[in-house]
Design a protein around this ligand. Structure first.
Ligand code: GRF
Length: 217
């Protein structure tokens, strides 16, 4: 078997997606290992979780840097120190400079809590409820300079139910985030899925269920 890909995770908070990735990577045969977790918030809860799992952690506040580029350089220094070959954003609340995203093209993944390209940016569950959509969900995509604009690797859709609020809807989506992010990382780390000319390539298994209909017929 070829060597496992060395993955760094960038977080800003709770870190439940990070935990899902750590859990998957701890399984024998998974093609990636988590070599470090970086946060721009020194008090991020996820840092404690990562350390408890025996994973190296680092944090630098973006407030201590004069420019986005200077902060990004500090992140890249840390990634180099960990010899990371892939980067997973998991609730990382900073926008990266174009130079950084270009250098990591095809090697940086993000999870976004909506069915992109709907509802980019923040407060996606509120936006979905306000828009009245009947299906919502989450997307794992390659990171490109365009915010939440990179090509999708995998998406999961969930029904929006009558009476949903942001909490109930986000919990339903989060459950799916934890399922699809490890799978996307597995595919990218193994080379089954690749980023080429701004598109995602690789064999895909068709989902045999014809459709998710909401509300039910
Ligand atoms: C998730 O909903 C993720 O999709 C979004 O931020 C949230 C982070 O949650 N980017 P967690 O820190 O992974 O628990």
């Amino acid at each position: 078997m070829s060597a496992k890909k060395r993955v760094a995770i960038l977080i800003s908070g709770r870190g439940s997606n990070m935990e899902a990735l750590i859990g998957a990577a701890s399984q024998p045969g998974f093609p990636a290992e988590i070599v470090g977790v970086f946060s721009n918030k020194p008090d991020a809860k996820g840092l404690e979780t990562a350390a408890a799992a025996g994973i190296a952690t680092a944090s630098r506040s973006h407030r201590d840097f004069d420019s986005r580029e200077a902060f990004d350089a500090a992140i890249e220094e840390q990634l180099a120190a960990w010899n990371a070959g892939l980067v997973c954003h998991a609730g990382f609340m900073r926008i990266l400079s174009e130079g950084f995203t270009s250098r990591w093209a095809g090697k940086m993944l993000n999870i976004h809590p909506s069915l992109l390209p709907s509802f980019r940016g923040l407060h996606t569950h509120r936006a979905a409820l306000d828009a009245g959509v009947k299906l919502h969900g989450c997307t794992v995509h390659f990171v490109t300079p365009e915010l939440d604009g990179g090509p999708a690797i995998i998406q999961a859709a969930v029904p929006v139910m009558a009476g949903d609020n942001e909490d109930t809807l986000s919990a339903r989506v989060l459950e799916q985030e934890h399922r699809i992010y490890p799978k996307a990382l597995e595919w990218v780390a193994s080379g089954a899925v690749r980023y080429e000319d701004g598109k995602v390539t690789g064999p895909q298994r068709a989902n045999p269920s014809p459709a998710l209909v909401s509300p039910a017929l």
